[in-house]
Design a binder for this molecule. Structure first.
Ligand code: TYM
Length: 343
């Protein structure tokens, strides 16, 4: 079975519509036909300051939302990145093969470091190397993500090829799995900007866990363009085009069919129906998330099982990597615990 891997940061109390359409929905579909590994990337989250208590809570919320959205722990491996220490070990090895200039070209680093200013950490700079480690550890063939991750995936591919070239075939060179229609969902208040947890205003974002009333209000206030025609036109009508793409993704109807349905009806009826599509998709996810969060030990068991499965694959890959690059193998019979000094 070919393999997929993807990750999502636990940096907010809820995922947003961009995360859902750009990534999570594909994760759910791909678990049917791929050996799928999905992780909540808590170590990526700490590249900018996080409140420790909130980070713990949001990691559970993230995992619960993924299950509520349809990930099935019997069909995929869902785990928390920090539960598999090989991610950071491989990141170090790959970091030693990444050019400083190469890392400096990552546009997301430039954007984010611009926002964080003097607090910018070395971790934020090497973030894409850790992401490459996430992917390469599992020898993933495909990586389902939104458009904003394309450059990071390109780096993962480069590093896989470089390692294979220097040390012999070890890694699979991963392919991005990006669905054009939903690759970039835009801010509802500023349709020239990506919907983003860190830069959009609360009104510009629909959260998966928003209540139905909040969803309705945000859609009714979404920026539309001059005129009243429900028509896709990226240059002239970016706001309506974004809403049409969202409607199409949720309903499965082609954009042209939706345009035809609302011909002459104006924005009001269209927005009202779009809001109901969103409510119908997100209300059940919200309810299931709350039910899953009501039983933290059960959730933690699912994550432990996931970490066990992921850890097995990761350990195998790391052993191969250590051998390839010439690290002296530790002697199992002389393991740290077996020969530990008496207390
Ligand atoms: P993150 O947590 O920012 O976002 C999770 C996923 O959501 C997608 N996404 C969007 N898609 C469409 N429109 C939008 N407005 C939108 N906003 C976000 C992202 O592209 C992503 O797929 N670096 C990654 C996490 C990561 C990862 C990995 C991904 C860490 N290791 C390994 C894949 C493989 C990130 O910060 O995603």
């Amino acid at each position: 079975m070919p393999r997929v891997l993807s990750g999502i940061q636990p940096t907010a109390d809820s995922f947003h519509l961009g995360n859902y359409l750009g990534a999570v929905r594909q994760w759910v579909a791909l678990q049917e036909t791929y050996d799928a590994f999905y992780c909540v990337v808590d170590l990526h989250a700490i590249t900018v300051p996080q409140d420790p208590r909130l980070l713990t809570e949001r990691t559970r919320i993230a995992a619960a939302q993924l299950l509520a959205a349809g990930l099935d722990p019997d069909k995929c491996t869902l785990f928390v990145q920090s539960h598999v220490p090989e991610h950071t070990e491989l990141a170090w090895v790959l970091g030693c093969m990444t050019g400083f200039g190469e890392a400096s070209r990552m546009t997301q680093f430039k954007d984010k470091s611009g926002k964080v200013g003097t607090e910018t950490s070395v971790g934020l700079f090497t973030y894409p190397v850790l992401q490459a480690a996430d992917i390469l550890l599992y020898l993933a063939d495909q990586v389902p993500v939104g458009e904003d991750q394309r450059q990071h995936l390109e780096l993962s591919r480069t590093l896989a090829q470089r390692f294979n070239h220097r040390f012999g075939e070890t890694f699979v060179v991963p392919q991005p799995y990006i669905l054009k229609e939903v690759a970039k969902i835009y801010d509802l208040q500023d349709p020239s900007a990506k919907m983003s947890k860190s830069s959009s205003s609360p009104q510009g974002i629909i959260d998966v866990l928003d209540t139905p009333d909040v969803i309705r209000r945000k859609i009714s206030r979404a920026v539309t363009d001059t005129g009243s025609e429900v028509r896709a036109d990226e240059a002239e009508k970016p706001g309506v085009t974004n809403l049409l793409r969202i409607y199409s993704a949720l309903s499965g109807d082609p954009v042209e069919a939706i345009e035809a349905r609302y011909a002459g009806a104006g924005y009001g009826a269209f927005k009202k129906d779009l809001a109901e599509q969103l409510v119908a998709t997100f209300a059940p996810i919200r309810e299931r998330t709350n039910a899953i969060l009501a039983d933290p030990p059960a959730l933690d068991r699912i994550l432990a099982r996931g970490a066990g499965r992921a850890g097995k694959v990761a350990a195998e890959t790391m052993t191969a990597v250590r051998n390839r690059i010439g690290l002296l193998p530790a002697t199992p019979s002389l393991s740290r615990t077996a020969v530990a000094d008496p207390p």
